[in-house]
Design a protein around this ligand. Structure first.
Ligand code: TTP
Length: 186
């Protein structure tokens, strides 16, 4: 059975949309960015590392999917906010501007390791201090790259998206289906 190497309930929910049976495991990785590493290279490296770690952890038998998402503003990666002031710094960058959400998905099986990278452009309205404060106290930003969830309460801040909605949430469905089809898993 296919394995999703992710602790994220959002990724599991998205993968259900492909109607492929799978089980979920979580893998622990060092997610730090290497010096001078490009954001695209970073998300691809992590998605591949998650798939590879899952493959090893589950005994090199079942195919394993791994994915990674980064919010990138002015070529800087905005990770998960560590506290309120970190979140406020991120939202000041996102306010009234556009940024990229980069998601890579990787599939590891006995046929090797393949990946796809999806870059989506997202625009935010100009955010007031009251909106930023309100959003922080909802608790939603804490576990999310860039401090927001487009599928949740932050959907109201998004004025435009060009690319893949499912990739922004955490798993690009079209590209994941392509990877699975290539290996006759879908
Ligand atoms: C931008 C954005 C991010 N996110 C989430 C998706 C990811 O779960 C998270 C990005 O962090 P990731 O490190 O990619 O994933 P994760 O730590 O949640 O899960 P795992 O490593 O176990 O697979 O942010 C949203 O849910 N909505 C959004 O709009």
């Amino acid at each position: 059975m296919l394995i999703l190497a992710s602790a994220s309930p959002r990724r599991a929910e998205l993968l259900h949309q492909l109607q492929v049976p799978f089980r979920q495991i979580s893998v622990n990785l060092d997610e730090s960015v290497k010096p001078a590493e490009e954001p695209m290279d970073y998300v691809v490296r992590l998605a591949r590392a998650k798939a590879e770690a899952g493959w090893r952890q589950a005994g090199h038998v079942d195919p394993v999917l791994g994915s990674d998402t980064a919010v990138v503003c002015q070529n800087r990666i905005l990770g998960k906010p560590v506290d309120k002031s970190d979140f406020q710094r991120m939202f000041a960058l996102l306010s009234g501007a556009h940024h990229q959400v980069m998601t890579a998905v990787a599939l590891r099986s006995d046929r090797g390791l393949q990946h796809r990278l999806v870059v989506t452009d997202v625009s935010f309205k100009v955010l007031s201090q009251a909106e930023t404060d309100w959003y922080w106290q909802t608790g939603e930003p804490a576990d999310k790259a860039g401090g927001y969830g487009i599928q949740g309460l932050a959907g109201r801040f998004v004025t435009r998206i060009q690319g893949s909605y499912s990739a922004v949430v955490g798993l690009p469905l079209y590209e994941t289906a392509e990877l699975l089809k290539e290996q006759n898993l879908l």
